[in-house]
Write a protein that binds this ligand. Structure first.
Ligand SMILES: Cc1cc2nc3c(=O)[nH]c(=O)nc-3n(C[C@H](O)[C@H](O)[C@H](O)COP(=O)(O)O)c2cc1C
Length: 299
């Protein structure tokens, strides 16, 4: 009932682990696979190991999470063993990568492919080397070039993860059109201030906002892109229950990713969301979740 296919990859359910939560080691990814996830996206991996920013890097809000981890990761050369372990879980593994330029993205994608991942996800939300304070993902020419060059270099599907920190996700999605699927969305730039200390809470001052408050932005992005770009979409942002996942799929997503809810609710979210989706589909006489993809698109 919940099975979906994206780019010839088969998923037992459309609930994938989003990049950044419990996915830096093979052991934790295996736990996530065994807890019922339909697929796993790894932590974004770069050219060299990075410690990330100093604490505090995560701040819990009543309606979401604010994080500025600083792309902490073990580096690509050390990641092959983790992928090997994660693959024991028997679900597709999507290797997320971030680079500072086209060559780095190409190198990282090839390495991920050599480790046996089923697809590669390009995290285009990293800092832009040329444009100060800007993300690579808002430079449309660069997005097009990165996606195009990675596509030419690997034989596995290439997913492009789009930033919402732009005035037009549709334009960015079109620039990434050569990708095999689009992942919408990453976190929104945000800040919290500790008024007693009279300073920003996060060491990096600005972080990314995720969780329930992000859902309407993500749903809007998926809805807008669905009618403009003819590629499968994976929706992400604020999904906590079955209704949230169905909402994204009705907006046009073929599958979804879950991040913050795994942090706040634990690994049971995958089974509880799957159960709630099945119950809703059953009550509403759907045999297959694929039949609701884009169902809320109105002319
Ligand atoms: C602690 C944390 C770390 C994250 N790290 C990454 C990352 O390495 N790469 C990436 O593409 N997205 C990263 N994200 C963004 C998530 O993958 C996701 O796009 C976003 O959090 C919205 O989904 P959610 O509300 O389900 O968490 C991170 C999010 C959080 C909360």
């Amino acid at each position: 009932m919940l099975e979906v296919d994206i780019n010839d990859l088969h998923f037992r359910n459309p609930l994938l682990l989003a990049s950044g939560i419990l996915d830096e080691s093979g052991d934790t990814m295996l736990r996530v696979a065994r807890s019922g996830a339909g697929g796993i996206v790894t932590k974004s991996i770069g050219m060299v190991p990075r410690e990330g920013y100093e604490n505090p890097v995560i701040y819990e809000l009543p309606y979401g999470l604010l994080n500025a981890i600083g792309l902490a990761n073990p580096g690509i050369e050390n990641f092959g063993e983790e992928i090997k372990k994660a693959k024991e879980g028997g679900v597709p593994i999507i290797g997320s990568i971030f680079g500072g330029n086209v060559d780095e993205f190409v190198y990282l994608a090839k390495k991920m492919e050599s480790y046996g991942v089923d697809a590669v996800e390009l995290n285009l939300s990293c800092p832009h080397a040329r444009g100060y304070g800007m993300e690579i993902g808002v430079d449309m020419e660069l997005v097009e070039e990165i996606v195009g060059e990675v596509k030419k270099s690997v034989g596995i599907p290439v997913w492009a993860k789009i930033t919402p920190n732009t005035d037009s996700v549709v334009r960015i999605a079109k620039a990434a059109e050569k990708a095999d699927a689009l992942v919408l969305i990453n976190t929104i730039r945000a800040m919290a201030i500790d008024i007693d200390a009279r300073r920003p809470v996060l060491s990096n001052k600005i972080g990314g906002l995720s969780g329930p408050c992000l859902k309407p932005v993500g749903v809007r992005a998926v809805y807008e892109v669905y009618s403009e770009v003819n590629k499968p979409i994976i929706g992400v942002g604020g999904i906590q229950n079955g209704r949230d996942a169905l909402e994204y799929m009705m907006a046009g997503a073929s599958a979804v990713q879950i991040g913050t809810a795994v942090y706040t609710h634990g690994l049971e979210v995958f089974t509880s969301i799957a159960r709630e989706m099945k119950e809703w589909l059953h009550r509403n006489d759907y045999e297959n979740v694929k039949d609701i993809i884009g169902a809320a698109q109105v002319k």
